[in-house]
Design a protein around this ligand. Structure first.
Ligand SMILES: C[S@@+](CC[C@H](N)C(=O)[O-])C[C@H]1O[C@@H](n2cnc3c(N)ncnc32)[C@H](O)[C@@H]1O
Length: 217
């Protein structure tokens, strides 16, 4: 169900314009660590043949394509993204893959899914959402998961301590000024608030990034 996504969000426009180069640029800027981090998070998700997986804010669709291979012909992958250009790019690049669908959707607007997904994956997605909408997206995720479902979030860790804190803060002030409010967002508390259990976090690169695994039950 497409929904008029965030027309006033210039970051969405920026992602749209960067779609054809996004993965390459991030790969170059991070010495390929971007894809390594996504792959590590995908291992935590551990998609199994036959599973239904949602890739939240799926961007270029690259991770969705990896997940699609893991779930095989019996499984399904749905990528949702608010940038029309990202969705079109993902469809062009990975459209030949069976069982992967990309949907132009603002994930902060209510979803139709209930007890549907075995897993939800969100890499570099949650910090991009408007502050007040993050908890709602956790609620939609919780509802959309099957009883034994799990959610994996791979993102910056604003709670990082030590030297990582000023480094991350400086990065956000330079490149993510609109998202500085993540420093006051307690992700795991919010996950618990909506009902997620068994929350585990795996620090990456001295805790500047982290992978979070949360279970519905
Ligand atoms: C930093 S990129 C990450 C993309 C991908 N998950 C990855 O790991 O490469 C953030 C993505 O979130 C999308 N996005 C931001 N706000 C969104 C929203 N409200 N609904 C859906 N997608 C959104 C952007 O269009 C962009 O593709």
């Amino acid at each position: 169900m497409p929904s008029a996504p965030c027309k006033d969000n210039h970051r969405i426009d920026y992602f749209g314009k960067s779609a054809p180069y996004y993965d390459t640029i991030l790969g170059l800027l991070t010495f390929r660590q971007y894809a390594q981090f996504q792959k590590r998070a995908m291992k935590v998700l551990a998609p199994q043949p036959g599973e239904n997986i949602l890739d939240l804010c799926s961007g270029t669709g690259r991770v969705a394509s990896w997940i699609a291979r893991a779930v095989g012909e019996e499984g399904e992958v749905l990528g949702m993204d608010a940038s029309k250009s990202m969705v079109e790019f993902a469809k062009r690049r990975y459209g030949e893959l069976k069982k992967v669908v990309f949907l132009h959707k603002d994930v902060t607007k209510p979803w139709d899914y209930q007890n549907y997904f075995d897993g939800i994956f969100a890499s570099y997605a949650i910090h991009e959402l408007p502050e007040k909408k993050r908890v709602e997206v956790f609620e939609y995720s919780f509802r959309a998961l099957k009883e034994k479902g799990r959610m994996v979030i791979a993102d910056f860790n604003p709670q990082v301590s030590g030297i990582g804190k000023p480094i991350l803060l400086a990065f956000f002030k330079l490149f993510e000024r609109d998202n500085l409010n993540v420093f006051s967002f307690d992700q795991n508390e919010m996950l618990k608030k909506v009902g997620f259990k068994g929350i585990e976090t795996f620090p990456v690169l001295r805790g500047i990034f982290q992978i979070t695994l949360a279970q519905k039950n």
